[in-house]
Design a protein around this ligand. Structure first.
Ligand SMILES: Cc1cc2nc3c(=O)[nH]c(=O)nc-3n(C[C@H](O)[C@H](O)[C@H](O)COP(=O)(O)OP(=O)(O)OC[C@H]3O[C@@H](n4cnc5c(N)ncnc54)[C@H](O)[C@@H]3O)c2cc1C
Length: 441
């Protein structure tokens, strides 16, 4: 009988340990990091590292943080729960519970409002699911199933929905104010540059712009939104940019402004400085950041289709009078972010080539990673919910501390998961660096 490979403590190994094998900073004196990108991912990562004693340099092509995906007037911290016992809803739940605490100080400082978020069901099937979700969390102080009178009291609107899930500890944030506040720490330095090369030189990562060194540190975090795959070390990671547009309504355009965030197909936030945000479109095919009337129309229609009360509220809105903002979200094939060490894909392909012949093979072979290179990207449509918790995860991994999430969830977020999946499925055409199968064998 074939013997199973064993772990260091001699328990039989049941899974290939591809998620291990990356380096962490060992001594507190070695704690320095460069972060490429100053959206919510980069700013929350920089803050998590600074609070662990790191000296951090954040580099962004813009003069100020949160000018790209994270640059909307308002970002809703919205919940997406499900009854499925699956990693995506489990991560979503952990992230939103963490975010509701994380943003407390920002809300108290007026960088948004913890006004509560109401989620309306999309159809009868989802009404039943929402009731079952509320039942699963019965007794919790952060989720409640509301009936029509209660949801109208919570939002100050006249909605027709028979029920909705109410999250009293969530709300919306002002992205630019939150990102600026996160970077406001004596150990964080901000630097404006367009980085094109990450170069490992000795024990340091050097960031280069047009061949010119801009910053260097022992560890590096890529938090570059839709551009996270532009570096030679990340070119084989699968990101898809998806354009989206929010619409801005002046408070006077509505008979009543909501007191809480309402999410259905799309969302509507309470006003900030006389403007409220309605969003968002999701356009795989569209390019550029020009505003477009069709997407304003879509934002109004998707909310109107969700509830007769919202349809009445939005009926008089003149699309041509709307302002807004368009940008991109970075999505991944399984809609989960990439948080963790950056795999050395060519080395992984070579090391684990045997998976193409038998995907179930287990060997005591850890993964291959770029030394001290990490990433937090692919946050999709929920960056403001995910970033706080995942920045903590990343910082824990970078110093070698216990991860704040169960191992199965860390694996589901691991940047190496796609190369392992593709090896097991023998789908390697998308890897330009792949050698012929004869060489791999
Ligand atoms: C229309 C729309 C509405 C949305 N609404 C919400 C919402 O209500 N709630 C929510 O949670 N999420 C929302 N999202 C999603 C959210 O905006 C993203 O998940 C989030 O902004 C991603 O943050 P990030 O830091 O990963 O990326 P970004 O915010 O895009 O930050 C990346 C940064 O990296 C910089 N950068 C990239 N490459 C380089 C380089 N080579 N050199 C230097 N700098 C570089 C960029 O300038 C940028 O500042 C929305 C998205 C869109 C498009």
């Amino acid at each position: 009988m074939a013997t199973m490979p064993a772990t260091q403590d001699n328990r039989p190994l049941t899974e290939l340990p591809w998620q291990h094998g990356y380096l962490t900073a060992t001594a507190a004196s070695e704690r320095s990091a460069v972060v490429v990108g100053a959206g919510i991912a980069g700013c929350s990562s920089a803050r998590a590292l600074a609070e662990r004693g790191y000296q951090v340099t954040v580099v962004d092509r813009h003069a100020a943080p949160a000018e790209a995906g994270s640059g909307n007037l308002q970002a809703v911290v919205y919940p997406k729960l499900s009854l499925r016992q699956d990693q995506l809803p489990e991560i979503n739940l952990a992230a939103l519970r963490y975010a509701s605490h994380y943003y407390q100080s920002h809300w108290q400082a007026g960088r948004g409002d913890q006004c509560g978020v109401l989620v309306l069901p999309e159809g009868a099937g989802q009404s039943e699911e929402f009731a079952a979700i509320a039942d699963r969390h019965r007794g919790a102080d952060w989720i409640e199933l509301l009936d029509t009178p209660a949801l109208n009291r919570a939002t100050g609107l006249s909605l027709a929905a028979a029920s909705g899930l109410w999250f009293n500890q969530l709300g919306w944030v002002q992205p630019q104010a939150v990102c600026r506040a996160l970077l406001d720490h004596p150990a964080i330095r901000y630097c404006r540059a367009e980085i094109d090369t990450l170069n490992r030189s000795g024990q340091q990562w050097q960031l280069l712009a047009d061949g010119r060194p801009v910053a260097a540190a022992n560890q590096c975090v890529i938090a570059s939104g839709v551009d996270s795959a532009r570096f030679s070390q990340t070119g084989e990671l699968p990101f898809k940019p998806i354009r989206g547009q929010v619409s801005h309504l002046a408070t006077g355009q509505l008979a009543t402004a909501p007191r809480a965030v309402v999410c259905a197909k799309g969302y509507l936030a309470p006003p900030r400085d006389g403007l409220l945000t309605l969003g968002a479109s999701y356009r795989r095919d569209a390019q550029g950041t020009q505003l477009n009337a069709d997407e304003h129309r879509h934002n109004i229609d998707q909310l109107s289709d969700s509830d007769a009360g919202l349809a009445q509220l939005l009926a008089g809105v003149e699309v041509t009078a709307l302002d807004g903002r368009a940008n991109y979200r970075a999505t991944t094939p399984d809609y989960l972010p990439l948080a963790g060490p950056v795999p050395d894909c060519p080395a992984m392909l070579e090391r684990y080539a045997f998976l193409g012949r038998d995907a179930k093979t287990v060997k005591p072979l850890e993964g291959a990673y770029h030394p001290q290179l990490f990433m937090l990207a692919g946050l999709g449509s929920r960056g403001f919910s995910y970033a706080p918790l995942l920045a903590e995860l990343l910082a824990a991994q970078m110093i070698g501390a216990p991860e704040p999430l169960p191992a199965t969830l860390c694996k589901a977020l691991h940047p190496a998961r796609f190369v392992i999946r593709d090896l097991k499925r023998n789908r390697l055409a998308g890897y330009p660096t792949v050698k012929s199968s004869a060489q791999l064998g």
